[in-house]
Design a binder for this molecule. Structure first.
Ligand SMILES: [Zn+2]
Ligand SMILES: [Zn+2]
Length: 204
């Protein structure tokens, strides 16, 4: 069983002005997570995993997985787009908020709370900046193992629902943590077990 927070985003029709954004948005990161599972700490908000660990060099071919042959002076990437694609994927997994925010804004046509549906818009003023009252929330909180997750672990919550949700995150943490081995990882990390708390938080 793959934790839901590492699954690709469900597909939906979106107008993209760059093909690369579509490729990132609906990318299936399973292989990458498989590759970096010894390096990632899902209880940390920020990860520092280099691109080459996620997209290792392939002799003669582009490292991004597009299948293009390297030509001339190309050493790793077949094009600028390939390198940017890989960097975007890395930034999402490493928890870079600006990249995550960018893709969520593209994905959700309306910036509304996913629990109560309230569109609270830009309401607060802080240091001369407008701050959205709708926050980006980790469905599975970092304290419960949702750090370093894919885009599918994010949702939009209004201030009120976010406060409620955070209280529940703490409750989940107080329950004994279920530990389930992930059979997909068995071949490579046979003795490795992964703390899987998704069972406890499925209802969000
Ligand atoms: Zn490529
Ligand atoms: Zn709400």
């Amino acid at each position: 069983m793959i934790p839901k927070v590492l699954e690709p985003l469900p597909y939906k029709e979106i107008k993209f002005y760059k093909e690369r954004h579509k490729r990132v948005m609906f990318f299936d990161p399973f292989e990458i997570y498989h590759r970096i599972s010894p390096l990632i700490d899902h209880y940390k908000r920020q990860q520092s995993i280099p691109v080459y660990e996620m997209f290792p060099h392939i002799d003669g071919y582009c490292a991004c997985g597009c299948g293009s042959r390297l030509t001339g002076r190309q050493r790793v990437w077949a094009s600028e787009d390939c390198s940017r694609f890989a960097t975007n994927v890395r930034d999402i997994i490493c928890g870079h908020l600006s990249t995550i925010d960018f893709y969520l804004q593209l994905y959700f046509d309306k910036w509304v709370c996913s629990v109560c549906g309230r569109d609270s818009g830009y309401v607060e003023w802080k240091n001369g900046l407008t701050v959205r009252d709708t926050h980006i929330d980790h469905k599975v909180a970092v304290m419960n193992g949702g750090g370093g997750c894919w885009l599918s672990n994010y949702q939009l919550l209004c201030h009120t629902c976010h406060k409620e949700k955070t209280k529940m995150d703490f409750c989940v943490n107080r329950k004994p943590t279920k530990i389930i081995p992930i059979s997909h990882f068995k071949d490579i990390h046979e003795k490795r077990i992964i703390k899987l708390i998704i069972e406890n938080t499925k209802s969000f």
